[in-house]
Every structure is written in structure tokens, then in C-alpha cells.
Design a protein around this ligand. Sequence first.
Ligand SMILES: Cc1cc2nc3c(=O)[nH]c(=O)nc-3n(C[C@H](O)[C@H](O)[C@H](O)COP(=O)(O)OP(=O)(O)OC[C@H]3O[C@@H](n4cnc5c(N)ncnc54)[C@H](O)[C@@H]3O)c2cc1C
Length: 393
Amino acid sequence: MFRFVKVKNSKIYDFIFIGAGASTLQIINNVILSNSFKNFSILIIENDENKVNDRTWSFWGNTDDNFCKSFIAKEWNKICFKSKDFHLEESLHPLSYKMIRSAPFYDGVKKLIKTCPNIIIKFDSFVSYFEEKNYVNIKTVKAKYKSKFLFNSVINWNLILNQTKYPVLQQHFVGWFIKTDKEHFNSEIATFMDFDINQNKKTSFIYLLPLNKKEALVEYTLFSKERLKFAEYERGIRSYLNKNNIRNYSINEIENGNIPMTCYPFHKHNSKRVLFIGSAGGWTKASTGFTFSSIRKKSEKLVNYLKKNDDLSKFESKNRFWWYDLLFLDVLSKYNHKGSELFTKMFSKNKLEIILKFLDEETSYCEEIKIFLSFPRLLFVKQLIKRLIRSTH
Ligand SMILES: Cc1cc2nc3c(=O)[nH]c(=O)nc-3n(C[C@H](O)[C@H](O)[C@H](O)COP(=O)(O)OP(=O)(O)OC[C@H]3O[C@@H](n4cnc5c(N)ncnc54)[C@H](O)[C@@H]3O)c2cc1C
């Protein structure tokens, strides 16, 4: 049973969250909706006072699912996958691919927070923490705080980049929101991956989300170790648009990002009172970079967990999909130029419905075996043996 001592008018918070991004705000949203934490003092520390539309989140889900419904800016019933030798355009029914712009999401949850006197947001920059038996001490640039539990969404890239046991790729990209003079896009279809571009020996593709016939988000995306110079991503977008005869357009917004793709066990930094959340907690799907819907699952699980448990170190558990992602990343980091071939094999030899279920970690063993058999066996077996030898040392 979760036993909190409620300290009124004291500076000891029940929960402190570092960062007010996707994971904190999804958790807080669930905390508020659960009605079980009204007596808990909750502080959120965010260092960016002027957070704007800094990202676009897309994910698939049931068409009639109400998750984040009021924030959904666009929904597609079909998706497309392309490479040099393969083209798939398929209905997602009963699912759809959905898009949320971050600003309405941040604003919506912050508005909800304002209705809760027990939750406050302070703009300050987190520096460090150390744990004592009953509290966590948190240092920020402006102050010091104590909390019974700390939830930290600030990713420490050094942790993953300064180790060699687990491969680390990044999903890195630049996206342009463009408006064209003529009708160029089919607004019913989201292009998930278009590998029919110059691969430059790296896993590179175009991600295209049409908002209507004349407006779209076009992203030049890579799954690779090193980020590129900004101009190189822009060259990738421009070349794709030229190839598709899209020459007259205005760029209305630009977004960019790099998302960690790694099986590094972030959870080993969790403790009884400290939990790393979001990408910082390893909640990003290592083989794809998709995070938003995995944050959804984890946040719901966490809020239920917090009702009954007081040891955050036991929250996370590894499953077999962690091993699958690790093997896939082992292969993709060694043979980065083969990304197009690997994804093409997956999309051409399996039903779309099963692929999405697999990426959602909801497939059966039988379905998983079928997916594995679609990949080049020798490549995967070689990496599997290397990984097994490595894990015994
Ligand atoms: C441009 C972009 C597009 C993306 N698109 C998708 C997508 O389509 N689908 C998908 O599933 N995933 C996507 N992702 C990946 C993932 O969903 C997001 O990165 C998501 O925001 C991760 O949530 P988070 O809470 O882990 O981190 P964040 O949302 O980044 O939150 C961390 C917060 O901590 C704050 N912060 C940082 N340092 C400090 C500090 N020292 N003190 C206090 N606060 C601090 C930051 O300002 C930020 O608000 C995208 C990522 C990016 C960058």
C-alpha cells in the first residue's frame, strides 16, 4: 500500500516532475483524471518558459479511441510505404494514423493544471539531485527542493553515448511545413516511410504528412549514429520535392529533432524514490523512435502503480520485445546502409495490421516468428550469436 505522509504547508512535495513535456504532461493528465491524488502536493519544474509548437506527434490508434481526441489536428485512414522496388498503400482500418501539434497539447494540459490547487509549475532549470532515506533533494538554478518522489524527464545523452555495450542510433530529422501553389498531395494518405531517395549509405527516408491537397509536413529522416548538418537535411527535402515536381511552395514552419534509438537500460538509474520517464526513461521504442503512444501506456500504468506502490525501482520490467529491438539495432547499426532493404522486407512480407501490432508489442509468438522470417536470416543469426557471446562476458 502506498503510504504518503501528507505534510501541509511544508516544502516537502509529494511528487516533483522535471520537465513539462510529453511524458510529464501525460502523467499529470492521468493523475488529475484519476482523482486519487488531490491531496498530493505536486511541483513541475520546466526550464523553457516559452515552449511553442516545437514538435508534431503522430501515432496510430483505434479510430474510435478517445485518447487526446481534442488535440488531434489530422487523422489519416491510409498509409503508404515506398522503396525502390516496393510500394504499399493500405487502409489502416480499424486504426487510423493521428497527428497532434505540441502547442495545443501543452496549453490544454496546463489549463487543466490551473484548475488544480495542488499542482504548480515553476520555470527554473534542474541541475542535480541526491537521495536521502526519506526524500530526494533537488537542486535547480534558482532554488533547492525536497520531494518524496522525483520523476525526471531530462535525458542525459552522455549516459548512452559514453557506453559501447548497447548500440545507439538516433532518429534525426528536419521537417518543413510547406504550402504549394498547386494541388500536389493526397490528404487521405500519410507516407510512413519513403525510402525511394538517395540512401547515402545510411538508413534515410522521407516522412510525408499531408494536411490537405496543398499543405504538408515533409521530413527528411535518418536512423543512424551521427546527426547531419542542418543544410544536408534541407537538401534532402528540396531534392525530394524537386523529384516530385513540387517547385513552387512557401515554408511556413520548420521542425527538427533527434530521438534516441537504443536499448540502453535506462531503468537501472531508477530507485525507490526516483523514476526516469519519457525518452529519459527508455520509453522510446528503440527500433522506431515512436514514443508518444508508449508514453500513453506507461503513464496509465504508472498512475495505477502509484495508487498501490511506494517503490519506483520496481516499476519497469523488461519484455521479449526489448531483445527483439536490441537485435534489430545491432543489425541496423552495423549495416546502416541496409535499412531500406530491411524495412522493405518487413512491409512486403507481412500484413500491415500485424506489423503495427508487433511495433505495439502486442503480437503472439507465432506472429513474431513470421516477422523474423521475413528478414535476411544470416545477417540476424550472425548478430544474434555475437550478442549472445557478448552478454556472457
Ligand atoms: C520534433 C520531434 C517530433 C517528434 N515526433 C514524434 C512522433 O511523431 N511520434 C512519436 O511517437 N514520437 C515523436 N517524437 C519523440 C517523442 O515523442 C518526443 O520527444 C516527446 O516529446 C518525448 O517526451 P519526453 O517527456 O520524454 O521529453 P520532452 O517532451 O522533450 O520533455 C522534456 C522537458 O524537459 C524540459 N527540460 C529540459 N532540460 C531541463 C532542465 N534542465 N530543467 C527543467 N526542464 C528541462 C524540456 O524543455 C522539455 O519540456 C518527436 C520528438 C521530436 C523532438
